[in-house]
Unconditional design. Structure first.
Length: 264
């Protein structure tokens, strides 16, 4: 009897450990439009290669010990899908930019505030036509007040940009179409959120030469977080915190390396 106990007790401990460590596959929702260098390819299938932010997200979820399922959809559906539990996570601005998200959970510090150390800096930069001769060092909101700025369909910060007194055109599905609208004079500027101010400069120079310039200051400064559906977080709290710890420890350095990879 004693021998069977000696065998049985370690087995129970192993099974309990496996149960405690089990993690449901995390369904990560992201745009089905190409937004180079962050997301590549379009449609329902993951791009090959997938893009810098897609790779970073996969690494962070795996780093927390969870499998990941990549789910592409129109960007306008992402927030509602997260709130309703049709996806488990997506990359989001903080609520001070996008508004209340009652069924969404962000990484928080010990005082209960959203923890920017476990997010990635996010800059909403502005491109304008070189021929319009805007002072590049000026304040973008002041320069663009009363003018029309293009944002991509479903961009979560549309209301925040409008709150700066800027007219917004969000009819274009992707950055390429917005640059075409800017080229044709249908909008006065195009704004896009990126993880460092110069992320898109090499691509812009390669594709458009000197047609467009980027204003030196961002229109908005915030952070991007891997936000989770509340039900998924409640069922996988330990693993969710591990994912966020990984993100905080490695996210910025890995993003820098991945962006370099996609530029090269």
């Amino acid at each position: 009897m004693r021998l069977s106990h000696l065998v049985f007790l370690p087995l129970l401990a192993l099974l309990a450990g496996q149960a405690a460590g089990a993690c449901a596959p995390l369904r990560y929702g992201y745009t089905d439009k190409a937004v180079a260098p962050y997301y590549l390819g379009s449609g329902a299938e993951e791009g090959k290669p997938p893009g810098a932010l897609a790779e970073l997200t996969r690494e962070s979820v795996n780093g927390g010990g969870c499998p990941i399922v990549m789910v592409r959809m129109p960007p306008a559906r992402l927030r509602a899908s997260l709130e309703e539990g049709r996806i488990d996570a997506t990359s989001l601005f903080a609520p001070d930019i996008i508004g209340t998200v009652p069924n969404t959970v962000y990484p928080r510090d010990k005082s209960g505030k959203i923890d920017p150390s476990r997010g990635i800096p996010l800059y909403t930069v502005v491109f304008v036509r070189a021929g319009d001769h805007y002072p590049r060092h000026g304040e973008p909101a002041a320069l663009l007040r009363g003018r029309t700025v293009g944002l991509s369909q479903g961009a979560p910060h549309i209301a925040a940009v409008r709150g700066l007194g800027v007219e917004v055109d969000d009819g274009a599905a992707n950055p390429e179409l917005n640059f075409e609208k800017l080229k044709l004079g249908r909008i006065d500027a195009f704004a896009i959120s990126i993880s460092s101010m110069d992320d898109m400069d090499p691509m812009m120079a390669a594709r458009y030469g000197r047609q467009f310039v980027r204003l030196d200051k961002p229109l908005l400064t915030s952070s991007s977080y891997l936000a989770l559906n509340q039900a998924y977080y409640a069922a996988n709290r330990g693993q969710a915190e591990a994912i966020w710890r990984w993100y905080g420890k490695h996210g910025q350095s890995r993003m820098t390396a991945l962006l370099k990879k996609y530029r090269d």
